[in-house]
Each structure stands twice: as C-alpha cells, then as structure tokens.
Ligand binder design. Structure first.
Ligand code: UDP
Ligand code: MN
Length: 273
C-alpha cells in the first residue's frame, strides 16, 4: 500500500514515457534509443509506431504500439500518433505524461528527479518553446487571433495527470485529430493551444529540454548530467549535435552512446565498448 507521502511524490513508475516513431526509423533511430536510455525505464516507455516489427517487439518487451496511423510526415498522421499516445496515457494509472520524438535521448533519472519536485495533482505543462514569442494566429475566419505558447514536440514535454484529465474532453478518443484538422496546426502546437487557451494553463519553460531546432553546440558539456533531453540533426548543413567531452565513442554520430556512457558507465552496453 502507498503511504501518504508517496501518493503525491513521483517515482519512475509514475511516469509514462511515450516515443513517437515510424517503421521507417525502427532501424535508423530506435536502435540507439533501445540500446541506451530505454534500458533505464523499460517498463515505463512505450513506442508508438505504424507497423508491427517482431524484432522490436522482442527487444522492447512488447512495448510497441501499432497506432495504425498513416506513416507519413503529414500533420494528420502525426496528430494521429500523438492522439494515440495521449489516449494510452489517459487509460493508464500513471501520474505524468512525457512525450518524446525518436531522435531524443532522455536522461531518465534526472527527469524523474525533476518531476518529483512537482505535484502531479496540480496543472503542469513543462517543455521548451522553439520560438521566442507566443504564436499569434487566427483559428477561424471572423474570429480574433489567439495567442499561446507551445512546447516543441522534438524537445520532449511533460504534462501532469491533473492537467491531462482536464484536457481529456478536447483530446481523448482521437478528438485531437479532429482538432488538428480544424485549426490546421501540427500536433505539438495543437496541444499548446488546448492547454493555454482551453485549459488556461501556462507552459513552464524548462531549458533542460533540447530539440535539434536549437544550436546544440551551446550545451555546456560539463552540465550533461543536469539536462533532461537531447536530440541531434545529422542532415543540417553541419551536423547539429551535443558537444561531448573526448573521447567520442566509435560509430556514434548522434553522440547518444557517448552521453549514455558518460552518465551511466555501469550500463551493460558501455562495458562492452
Ligand atoms: N515521424 C513519423 N512519420 C514520418 C516522419 C516522422 O511518425 O513519416 C516521426 C518521427 O519518428 C519523429 C517525429 O515524427 O518522432 C519527428 O520527425 P523528424 O525528427 O523526422 O522531423 P522534425 O519534425 O524533427 O524535423
Ligand atoms: Mn526531429
């Protein structure tokens, strides 16, 4: 039985770590995720994809969800996956919903430590905006523009159970897909719209979430341990990657293996290399 203290505090098992992916990236992107940070939360992490993949089902202990969404990069396809992620969380008994892209590294113990300082019974929306000012847009003709912040999906974001329950009428049972279609915005932007406009809760900016929309070279390598997420962009004119201290491990273009082995040298995968 839970004690009074543990009912408001957060442990790893209270967090739902949700990763959006596609069969096209099962090999190119998920392999490094499954080999590194997934091992720190194998029972709490779920991959939302668009095709079954027996090898990955095995490697993730069955934590693959085939959303049956289309496998494109289009707005509706990605909204469909976010919708499936959110619905799975709502149906779970977890206290925090944290979304990530498949090009994110999640510093799991630090994330749990961060969330444990906040109450899931309060309304929280944690993440990092990718634009300096709130978005100001007209949702429909003959309406006044609305102004809101949103957390970039590619940096990862977390929503408390209390807030998620309040979002439910706008999001649950794939209603997010309808809304994305109506206001013609990407999934992460639509989530921001629901939270800031419909639920009247503000995004709390957390600098320790990182997407490849920011220059990752600005991260101080001595602060890796304090960061919550990382990402990479390999196809930019120049690769946009986290500056890790030397030596960089071999065959590690994303730097995720090097980061993982600096933070968690006792990991099995680090002993072999
Ligand atoms: N994605 C997807 N289907 C696609 C392309 C991308 O589900 O056809 C997912 C991908 O796995 C990732 C997210 O959408 O989790 C963002 O994709 P990506 O990093 O390629 O694009 P970005 O928006 O970061 O430029
Ligand atoms: Mn990306």
């Amino acid at each position: 039985e839970q004690t009074n203290k543990s009912s408001t505090s957060t442990h790893l098992d209270d967090v739902f770590l949700s990763v959006k992916t596609t069969h096209k990236y099962h090999e190119a992107r998920l392999r490094i995720v499954v080999d590194t940070w997934f091992r720190l939360a194998p029972h709490q992490t779920y991959f939302f994809t668009d095709k079954d993949d027996q090898e990955l089902i095995k490697k993730t202990g069955g934590h693959m969800v085939n959303t049956h969404c289309s496998d494109g990069h289009g707005r509706q396809d990605l909204c469909c996956k976010m919708s499936a992620e959110f619905d799975s969380f709502l149906k779970s008994s977890k206290k925090w919903f944290c979304h990530f892209d498949d090009d994110n590294y999640v510093n799991v113990p630090q994330l749990v430590k961060f969330l444990s300082q906040k109450s899931w019974k309060k309304d929280y929306y944690f993440g990092k905006p990718s634009i300096p000012h709130p978005l100001e847009i007209k949702i429909a003709a003959n309406t006044r523009p609305v102004k809101f912040n949103f957390a970039t999906g590619g940096a990862g974001f977390c929503i408390s159970r209390a807030l998620a329950n309040r979002m439910s009428p706008y999001v649950s049972d794939m209603r997010l897909v309808t809304l994305c279609g109506k206001i013609i915005l990407p999934d992460d932007v639509t989530i921001g719209y629901i939270i800031e406009n419909k639920c009247q809760v503000n995004l709390t900016r957390i600098n320790e979430f990182h997407s490849h929309l920011e220059p990752l070279r600005n991260i101080n390598p001595r602060t890796l341990r304090d960061q919550l997420t990382f990402s990479y962009g390999l196809s930019d004119p120049r690769p946009n990657i986290v500056p890790v201290p030397e030596p960089v491990l071999p065959n590690d273009p994303t730097r995720f293996m090097t980061i993982h082995c600096i933070l968690y040298p006792e990991s099995e995968v680090c002993k072999k290399t």
